[in-house]
Design a protein around this ligand. Structure first.
Ligand code: KG4
Ligand code: ZN
Length: 385
């Protein structure tokens, strides 16, 4: 049965430690968010310094139904049966933690069957990029049930319309660092990616060495604001390599050596105990600034080189690390010098990290419904080389 293009999609995202459901509708210029609910078990993960898969899956199970219900009732507050207004359900198929993915995929399958809706599987990595198609001003009102009230939502780029093909895309998240050349919806060429740790992972591991809680990216960014990036010199791995690959695992060793070096000095001078506790606030600020600078330098250099090589007019960022202000500023600045006229697209910060809005957005432009009884979660999906 041929499926009609949907007008309203319910998105579901449960690939890691966020449980999210969103309702989006097609608008004139991009897509519009009617609701976007994100329940995060990050506070819990912070206690353990990272994501514990079994625990993340258990939290997903506890949150999935209330989150879907909330997304529907927030999108259509006056309607007695909001599910009737939804044309299709989009769900993250992978990659991610299998226990977490299963919660979203199985819930979406049941709902698609019971409500008789089309079911659209979405690759989480490709999905991240579609935050760049959510440009409607309504989207600044991103509702977030369990997010802390002080968390702001703002835009790091001045561009307020979707990118045009061909687009160079840089995905920088906790598990991925990938450069792709997108020539149409769903059509892309893989240009390069990390050979070991992802950019977000480098932020998280660096933060851990400084004794900062998980997730480390925002913590490093905050401390770096008042730090000097030149006090400690960290390497820029693979910055000059003649390919578009990255490597961030060596950075962790360098940071570790640096923290160890400082602590050793203090140990000798003051003979106190825990190393990370011995760093002064100034040293932590300077180290944070150096870590951020090293990661940003490499990401910007490779992205600009790819932009020059492929002659694109549009570059888009996606993933949690795209919420980093320094990355946005530096990329914009270097692009202005080296590839003038290029437009840098960066999603609203709340849309950079994991949420269901971009999953639904991706489904509008890659509308390939599947049989709900046959869909399987796939933890190993990739953007493939
Ligand atoms: O995309 P995301 O929410 O989840 C994955 O799919 O991995 O990305 C999470 C990652 C974490 O590593 C986190 O530390 C990083 O994004 N992150 C940041 C910032 N906000 C989140 N890294 C640097 N600066 C930020 N402001
Ligand atoms: Zn993600």
């Amino acid at each position: 049965m041929p499926h009609q293009q949907p007008k309203i999609i319910l998105g579901i995202e449960t690939s890691c430690d966020e449980t999210s459901a969103a309702v989006l509708q097609m608008a004139n210029n991009g897509v519009q968010i009617l609701s976007n609910i994100v329940a995060s078990s990050q506070d819990l993960q912070a206690k353990y310094g990272g994501v514990v898969p079994e625990q993340a899956a258990r939290e997903q199970l506890a949150s999935i139904i209330p989150v879907i219900k909330e997304a529907l009732s927030e999108a259509f507050p006056l309607h007695p049966k909001p599910s009737a207004l939804v044309d299709a359900i989009a769900v993250t198929q992978g990659p991610g933690l299998i226990g977490s993915l299963l919660v979203g995929v199985e819930s979406a399958k049941v709902l698609a069957k019971v409500w008789d809706k089309a079911l659209v599987p979405v690759n989480h990595l490709l999905g991240h990029f579609y935050a760049n198609w959510i440009t409607d001003s309504q989207s600044s009102i991103v509702n977030s049930l369990w997010k802390k009230p002080e968390e702001e939502n703002y835009k790091l780029s001045t561009i307020n319309h979707p990118p045009s093909f061909p687009i160079l895309g840089l995905l920088v998240s906790g598990g991925h660092t990938d450069l792709i050349l997108m020539t149409d919806h769903g059509k892309y060429q893989y240009l390069g990616g990390t050979r070991d740790d992802a950019a977000g992972e480098a932020f998280d591991k660096g933060a851990r060495l400084l004794g900062l809680p998980y997730p480390g990216g925002p913590q490093i960014a905050k401390l770096a604001e008042t730090g000097n990036p030149n006090t400690f010199k960290l390497p820029r791995p693979m910055i000059d390599s003649d390919n578009l690959d990255f490597s961030f695992s060596g950075l962790k060793t360098s940071i570790s050596n640096m923290v160890y070096g400082i602590s050793e000095k203090i140990d000798n001078e003051a003979s106190s105990s825990l190393r990370d506790k011995q760093l002064t606030i100034n040293e932590k600020q300077d180290l944070a600034a150096s870590i951020q600078e090293a990661i940003v330098d490499v990401l910007v250099a490779k992205t600009i080189r790819a932009g020059q090589t492929y002659g694109v007019r549009h570059i888009m960022l996606a993933g949690g690390v795209a919420a980093n202000r320094k990355l946005a500023e530096r990329l914009t600045e270097v692009a202005r010098m080296k590839i003038p006229h290029v437009e840098i697209h960066i999603p609203l910060v709340n849309l950079c990290t994991d949420n269901a809005a971009y999953i639904a957005a991706a489904a509008f432009f890659n509308y390939h419904p599947t049989d709900p009884l046959k869909l399987q979660a796939n933890p190993n999906l990739s953007l493939s080389r």
